[in-house]
Design a binder for this molecule. Structure first.
Ligand code: ADE
Length: 272
C-alpha cells in the first residue's frame, strides 16, 4: 500500500519508523511518502495559512499549497484522499478494514484553526478519530495508519493475530496472562494452567462476555451469541449484580430450555 502524507510537520512522523510499521515498510508492504506542502506555497515567504474572510480568531489553511501538493503526487493507481478533521466520519475498526483494502491512501493533515472550505473538494473522505479537537491532523493520521497497516495481509507476524482482536470479534478480547504464575500476590487463573483446551476455551468465552458487559455494554451483540453462551451468561448473572441488571439485552435471544421442550414433547406424545 502506498501512503502519501501531506503535512507541514513531516518530522512528527517518527513513530512510522518504529515497530510493526517499520517492519512492514522494510518488507515493502507499505511505502510512506511524506510531503511538506509548505514546499508548494507560491508566495515568497511560503505561507500556508491566512486570516479568515469575514474575520474571526485564528488562521486558516490556504488552498493553493495543498492543491499543488496533491497535483504533484506521482501518477499512481486508484487512490483515496482522506482529510483528517474532527468533522469527519468517526474512525473505527470497520473503516480501518475498508481502508486496508485500498492500494493508495493520501492523508491531508491540517493545522491551525481549520481549512479553507475549498480544500474539502479534494477529499474522497473526511475522517475524525474522535469527538475532541487536536492541534493538527498528524497524530490522527498516524492513528489511522497504524490501525490500517496491521490489517494488511503479511504485516503482522502471525496471520491470526489481528483475527482475534477486540472489534474484529463481536465481543471484547478475553484477559491474557503470561509468566510468572503469581505476581505481587495476583494469581493467574488456575484453569489456564490446566492444559484442558475445552475448559480454557469456555473460560475465555465467559470472560470475553463478562468484559464486554462490564466495560462496553453498547458493543454487546446478542444476535452473535452461540447457544452455549447462555449457560455462561446465567453464571455471570449470578456472579455480578451489574451484569444481572443487563440481562434484558439477551433474554429475548435465549433458546427455550431443553428440559421444558422434552416435557412438552412427551406430553404431546401421551396425548396422541
Ligand atoms: N484534527 C484535529 N482534531 C482531529 C480529530 N479529532 N480527528 C481527526 N483530525 C483532527
Amino acid at each position: 500500500m502506498n501512503l502519501h502524507i501531506l503535512t507541514i510537520f513531516p518530522e512528527m512522523f517518527v513513530p512510522l519508523q518504529e515497530s510493526i510499521v517499520k517492519r512492514a515498510r522494510a518488507k515493502g508492504l507499505i511505502n510512506v511518502n511524506l510531503v511538506n506542502f509548505r514546499d508548494y506555497a507560491p508566495s515568497k515567504h511560503k505561507n500556508v495559512d491566512d486570516y479568515p474572510y469575514g474575520g474571526g480568531v485564528g488562521m486558516v489553511l490556504k488552498p493553493e499549497p495543498i492543491f499543488a501538493a496533491v497535483d504533484a503526487l506521482p501518477a499512481g493507481c486508484d487512490r483515496k484522499i482522506i482529510l483528517m478533521s474532527p468533522q469527519g466520519r468517526r474512525f473505527d475498526h470497520s473503516l480501518a478494514d475498508e481502508l486496508s483494502r485500498e492500494q493508495e491512501l493520501v492523508f491531508i493533515c491540517g493545522h491551525y484553526e481549520g481549512f479553507d472550505e475549498r480544500i474539502r473538494s479534494l477529499a474522497d473522505m473526511e475522517v475524525s478519530i474522535g469527538d475532541y479537537v487536536l492541534t493538527g491532523g498528524e497524530l490522527p493520521a498516524m492513528v489511522v495508519i497504524d490501525a490500517v497497516a496491521r490489517l494488511i495481509p503479511g504485516v503482522l507476524g502471525e496471520a491470526a493475530s489481528s483475527q482475534s482482536d477486540s472489534f474484529t470479534e463481536p465481543f471484547l478480547e478475553y484477559p491474557q496472562f503470561t509468566r510468572p504464575e503469581t505476581y505481587a500476590g495476583m494469581q493467574v487463573p488456575t484453569v489456564l494452567l490446566s492444559g484442558n483446551h475445552a475448559l480454557v476455551a469456555a473460560w475465555r468465552r465467559k470472560e470475553s462476555l463478562r468484559k464486554t458487559l462490564q466495560q462496553r455494554p453498547d458493543l454487546f451483540r446478542p444476535d452473535k451469541l452461540q447457544p452455549s453462551d447462555f449457560v455462561l451468561l446465567r453464571e455471570l448473572m449470578q456472579e455480578d449484580a451489574a451484569i444481572n441488571s443487563l440481562s434484558h439485552l439477551w433474554l429475548a435471544y435465549e433458546p427455550p430450555a431443553k428440559a421444558k421442550l422434552n416435557k412438552t414433547r412427551r406430553h404431546r406424545c401421551k396425548h396422541e
